[in-house]
Design a protein around this ligand. Structure first.
Ligand code: GUN
Length: 289
């Protein structure tokens, strides 16, 4: 069994991005500039956004964090999005999800200019990605594709089973993996799937993106499979200073011995998602110069 070290790969890619930024600045270009809108004080969102801001600093990007309280009016948020669309100094921006129930996430996402939508959530980017055109691809699927590539994991002709059909992970990943040239045979499982354990046990590559801690057990995994764990559930822990720890969707201790490759949580897919955002922002900056 080989551990897929997302933290190490992410660090390598960050160094590559930092080199590119340095040479762009030497040529007189400005540093790429990412803005993030954060509404409210959800613990998970606060952590993710803080990581994104820190990653920008590490690679020499400029970042701007815009905060709103969770009682913010949808129109106010839309005005801010429109302002960022027009601000030529901002190369790309994200609105951290989830948003409060009073706000339509879809309306906000659709207000973002596709050229600045470095999360790849806008329907124009999703549509372009679906038919294989250049587009911003959302961070988690892009990060998983990058991990598979950097570990030279064969995908063509393989049976991939994805557990979870979310718009930001399962569905876009299924499209990327089944594209011509990638050529996996993809099955997407969800809450209504019958005999899920039998289907997953047939996977050469199993992606767990369901958001239920330790959902995937050893009996659901084929001997020699590649297992990608997208889960990042925060569970209470008296062993950490923060009082919580991250748990994946895979029961790691019993599944790992059966795998050819497996991603740990933390340190697997997570660090790659931030790097994908940086890669998208660099592309946006190049397109904007
Ligand atoms: N919430 C969870 N993941 C993401 C992400 O990749 N982007 C944004 N904007 N919000 C998220």
């Amino acid at each position: 069994m080989q551990l897929i070290d997302g933290k190490k790969i992410a660090q390598t890619i960050k160094e590559e991005i930092a080199e590119t930024v340095k040479s762009r600045i030497e040529k007189g270009e400005k540093p790429p500039h990412l803005a993030a809108i954060l509404v409210g004080h959800d613990g998970g969102s606060e952590t993710y956004v803080a990581h994104k801001v820190k990653a920008c600093e590490q690679v020499g990007f400029k970042s701007t964090l815009i905060r709103f309280e969770d009682n913010v009016n949808e129109e106010v948020l839309l005005k801010k999005v429109e302002g960022l669309n027009k601000d030529n100094d901002i190369d790309g921006f994200i609105v951290q999800l989830p948003l409060p129930k009073t706000i339509s996430e879809q309306r906000i996402i659709e207000a973002i200019l596709p050229e600045k939508d470095v999360d790849g959530f806008h329907p124009v980017n999703v549509g372009k990605m679906s038919i294989g055109l250049p587009a911003f691809i959302s961070a988690t699927p892009a990060g998983i594709m990058e991990l598979l590539k950097r570990y030279s994991i064969e995908i063509s002709g393989k049976n991939v089973v994805i557990i979870g059909r979310s718009n930001i992970v399962g569905r876009p990943l299924s499209i990327l993996l089944s594209q011509k040239g990638v050529d996996a045979t993809v099955t997407v499982c969800h809450s209504r799937t019958k005999n899920l354990d039998k289907i997953s046990a047939n996977a050469d590559i199993l992606v767990a993106a369901i958001g239920i801690p330790e959902f995937v057990t050893a009996d659901m995994v084929k001997e020699g499979a590649v297992v990608i764990d997208v889960g990042t559930s925060r569970v209470k822990s008296d062993k950490t200073k923060s009082g919580w720890k991250l748990k994946g969707d895979v029961k790691f201790n019993e599944v790992a011995p059966k795998c050819s490759f497996i991603t740990p949580v933390p340190g697997g897919v997570g660090p790659m998602t931030i790097v994908s955002l940086l890669q998208n922002t660099l592309i946006a900056a190049k397109n904007n110069s």
